[in-house]
Design a protein around this ligand. Structure first.
Ligand SMILES: Cc1cc2nc3c(=O)[nH]c(=O)nc-3n(C[C@H](O)[C@H](O)[C@H](O)COP(=O)(O)OP(=O)(O)OC[C@H]3O[C@@H](n4cnc5c(N)ncnc54)[C@H](O)[C@@H]3O)c2cc1C
Length: 387
């Protein structure tokens, strides 16, 4: 009789696939069950008449420790974003960024509209010292205009919720990755990294998991049995199936507009102003493969509020061009974009075993690709340690 241990992993998102890769390398026989007909969960890309439409605007940070470990970016053409944002305040656009990348960014840092020097120094002090886990907004209260005008508009687009609702400890962790890395997008869209993570895995697609136990899984395609089971579904599905408290999820909407190729030449993320848009970027100015020749692709994110007319009006203000006649290619409403990481929640959920089922997913760590991958590693390691 073979003594190879078997594992069923429910969900082919980044958490499930990373766990699968680790366990497979360790000699386990792994099967992944996935409801959709593709891998990636929240990290997928659709080709719409030559435009690459990611499932919500997201960037990939090659410095994420677990992403490096996975080697999923090997061989992928990757386009980095400038480490800067363009901030619209009144009728001004101020570029503020990491001066280690370009000294020209110092000009924006010295601009009074982005906060006083004292406030910026307070932010540097904040980065150096650990504080108790209050909300991110509360922790940065004393950085005044720098927080209000720069950090808050930018990071609302990262957390997909207001800074008052998220943990300062988690925010510091994600800011740390931003400082360390240089996020960008792959030539083939973010979904190409999901394809890479799925390589050599035994994934059964189109299978809806309905019940999970420590050694068996009920699905729309019958029952599966294994020595170990990992639940790596999205947070709400895992919580519902395992009868755990439902996590609060943040909503976002991504609006994809076709614009003329030479209409906007900026490749910098734009934030600011009053209106529903929390960030916007001409993503094909970063990776030209995102749009067919002769066109450009502009993406804008909202938290779900705002009519199309309000979004267009805010975009006209941000980009200083008329947005009324742009072609809206797609608007993707994602009610459950990210689990809200509330103050007091640890960076990783200590125990990954619930009633005999190993649990992975970004809600078990931080709401990010790194969090999802790390949670997958922790579930895999817990199984390996169980031998
Ligand atoms: C709009 C948006 C922007 C983001 N931006 C960033 C960013 O810039 N940087 C960053 O680091 N992170 C970002 N993220 C977060 C990141 O994408 C997620 O944290 C990560 O992809 C979560 O992976 P996961 O494996 O935990 O869950 P998921 O990706 O949700 O995977 C769960 C999988 O389980 C499957 N599933 C669910 N129910 C069932 C069932 N009953 N049966 C079978 N299969 C099922 C799903 O189809 C899915 O494939 C963003 C997310 C969104 C939505």
């Amino acid at each position: 009789m073979s003594d190879t241990k078997t594992v069923i992993i429910c969900g082919a998102g980044w958490a499930g696939m990373h766990a699968a890769q680790i366990l497979q390398r360790e000699g386990y026989k792994v099967k992944v069950l996935e409801r959709e007909n593709h891998p990636g969960g929240r990290v997928v890309t659709e080709n719409l008449d030559g435009f690459l439409i990611d499932y919500g605007f997201q960037v990939i940070n090659p410095s994420y420790a677990e992403l490096k470990e996975s080697r999923a970016l090997a061989g992928i053409d990757f386009y980095k974003l400038p480490k800067a944002i363009d901030l619209r305040i009144g009728m001004e656009t101020i570029r503020i960024g990491d001066p280690r990348q370009s000294l020209s960014y110092l000009k924006g840092a010295l601009n009074r509209a982005t906060g006083t020097i004292g406030e910026k120094l307070k932010f540097l002090r904040y980065l150096r010292r650990e504080t108790e886990d209050v909300s991110f907004g509360q922790a940065l209260y004393e950085t005044g205009d720098f927080f209000e005008n720069v950090l808050s508009p930018f990071l609302t687009g990262v957390f997909l919720s207001g800074p008052e609702e998220v943990s300062n400890r988690m925010a510091r962790e994600l800011i740390h990755w931003f400082i360390k890395g240089n996020p960008g997008v792959p030539a083939g869209g973010v979904g190409s990294v999901s394809q890479a993570l799925s390589r050599n895995l035994d994934i059964e697609y189109g299978v809806e998991v309905t019940r999970i136990d420590s050694k068996s899984v009920e699905t729309s395609n019958g029952n599966f049995e294994a020595d170990y089971v990992i639940a790596a579904l999205d947070p709400l599905s895992s919580a519902q199936i395992l009868k755990l408290p439902l996590p609060k999820m943040n909503r976002s909407k991504s609006w994809y507009f076709k614009i003329a190729e030479d209409e906007i030449d900026s490749n910098v993320l734009k934030v600011g102003g009053i209106g529903p848009v929390i960030n916007s970027l001409v993503i094909s100015n970063i990776a030209p493969s995102y749009a067919p020749a002769g066109s450009a692709l502009l993406v804008a994110t909202t938290l779900g509020d705002g009519t199309e007319a309000e979004v267009r009006s805010h975009l006209s203000y941000l980009w200083e061009v008329a947005a009324e006649n742009w072609t809206l290619l797609k608007c993707i409403d994602i009610p459950n974009s990210l689990p809200n990481h509330a103050p007091g929640k640890d960076l990783v959920v200590e125990d990954v075993l619930f009633n005999g089922v190993y649990v992975a997913g970004d809600w078990m760590a931080t709401p990010s690709q790194q969090g999802a991958l790390l949670s997958g590693r922790r579930a895999a390691n817990a199984i390996i340690a169980d031998q």
